[in-house]
Ligand binder design. Structure first.
Ligand code: PLP
Length: 396
């Protein structure tokens, strides 16, 4: 049997390669950070990590993780409800709730699981899920697992959302679901308007703060802070795998009955292992640091404004951003790949994205800023963009 499957898979793989969609993985041999070393020996400046606050190799988090290895061991070998809950897991859940101003929190192995496990237990055939068209793959998969009636509205389009809410009045319960920051454009969901529409049309609101938590809002509390709607959103999901240290782990935080029911019925929680104690301990330390100061957020915001200003002045066409994501528009798929390759040769590591990751004819380079970047790093990146941009005729 496998011979036939093998032939089939080889054809599939060849087709992926021919379409130019094959994903190669670059191997990093240093810790994650602003300066990284790749397996070819080249040292490059990293502008494509979700390491927004520069915490991926933070000494305080490394220390907290090492200490937890000594006090709490390496692994849990259990799901939470059998024997996989330590004091560290409970404490981290409280920290997440305190950070977002919510009632309770449930941890998952990853936010992919938070989103995968949130809809099916809460929403039945008679309910409605109204989802932004650019929501993350994990939300799309989570919605598929639920029997609720699905509605989709165009990205951040409030007139369309209102239309869908009108249609969804036929259902028992309604929930509007959106990413906080959309990862390809860096735009934010207009949470003030979403909450307003939710009130008008009797719906709940869920926001996925993966790219916004730690980043957006004056103190990094995410889009609910940015739009002054803290406490007005019933469900928030997020990750420890991006700004919050970058290791692994997801969470759902919000109304206490919602979280309580998820603990009883959410399948990725019930049937998957607990996060390791060292990750929980470093997470607790990270939230303590967030409580002490928002200087990392300040630095990130300054870096983003600086980079965007310099790139605009150099003549680049940028998507308007409200996050730490800056999309440099090139439109042409091949150009985006050539541009990124030339930047790498200049020591700047970025990724060019094109269809089907973004719409056809909307190819771009996505630059992700970090509090780990210094002004000299940003200047070097802008200089490299300018040099390559002139070479390739993108700017004059
Ligand atoms: C990264 C991301 C996820 C997945 O988070 P993991 O913890 O890595 O599984 C989910 N939603 C959004 C919007 C994301 O950007």
């Amino acid at each position: 049997m496998y011979t036939r499957v093998q032939e089939h898979l080889q054809k599939e793989l060849a087709a992926i390669r021919e379409a130019g969609l094959y994903k190669n993985e670059r191997v990093i041999v240093s810790p994650q950070g602003a300066d990284i070393k790749v397996s070819t020996g080249q040292e490059v400046l990293n502008f494509c990590a979700n390491n927004y606050l520069g915490l991926s190799n933070n000494p305080k988090l490394v220390k907290a993780a090492k200490e937890a290895l000594d006090t709490h061991g390496y692994g849990m070998s259990s799901v939470r409800f059998i024997c996989g809950t330590q004091d560290l897991h409970k404490k981290l859940e409280q920290k997440v709730a305190d950070f977002f101003g919510t009632e309770d929190t449930i941890l998952y192995a990853a936010c992919f699981d938070s989103n995968g496990g949130v809809f099916e237990p809460l929403f039945l055939e008679e309910d409605a899920i109204i989802s932004d068209s650019l929501n993350h793959a994990s939300i799309i998969d989570g919605v598929r697992l639920s029997k609720a009636v699905r509605y989709r509205y165009n990205n951040a389009d409030m007139a369309d959302l209102e239309e869908q809410l009108k249609l969804a009045q036929a259902q028992r319960f309604r929930i509007i679901v959106t990413d906080g920051v959309f990862s390809m454009d860096g735009n934010v969901a207009p949470m003030d308007k979403i909450v307003e529409l939710a009130n008008k049309y009797d719906a709940m609101v869920m926001v996925d703060e993966c790219h916004s938590a730690g980043v957006v809002g004056k103190t990094g509390r995410g889009v609910t802070e940015l739009f002054n709607v803290r406490g007005k959103v019933e469900i928030i999901t997020g990750t420890l795998g991006k700004a919050f240290g970058g290791a692994i782990g997801g969470f759902t935080t919000g109304k206490k009955e919602v979280i309580e029911l998820l603990r009883q019925r959410s399948r990725p929680y019930l049937f998957s292992n607990s996060i390791p104690p060292l990750v929980a301990a470093a997470g607790i330390k990270m939230f303590e640091m967030m409580d002490e100061t928002h200087e990392l957020q300040d630095k990130l915001h300054t870096n983003t404004d600086y980079f965007v200003g310099k790139m605009k002045a150099a003549g680049f066409d940028l998507k308007p951003t409200k996050s730490a994501i800056c999309a440099v528009m090139l439109y042409d798929a091949k150009l985006s790949q050539d541009f990124a390759a030339k930047l790498l040769a200049e020591g700047i590591y970025v990724i060019g994205f094109y269809y089907p990751v973004v719409a056809k004819g909307q190819a771009r380079i996505r630059v992700q800023l970090s509090a780990a970047h210094e002004i000299a790093h940003l200047d070097k990146a802008v200089a490299a963009f300018t040099k390559v941009g002139k070479e390739l005729g993108v700017i004059k």
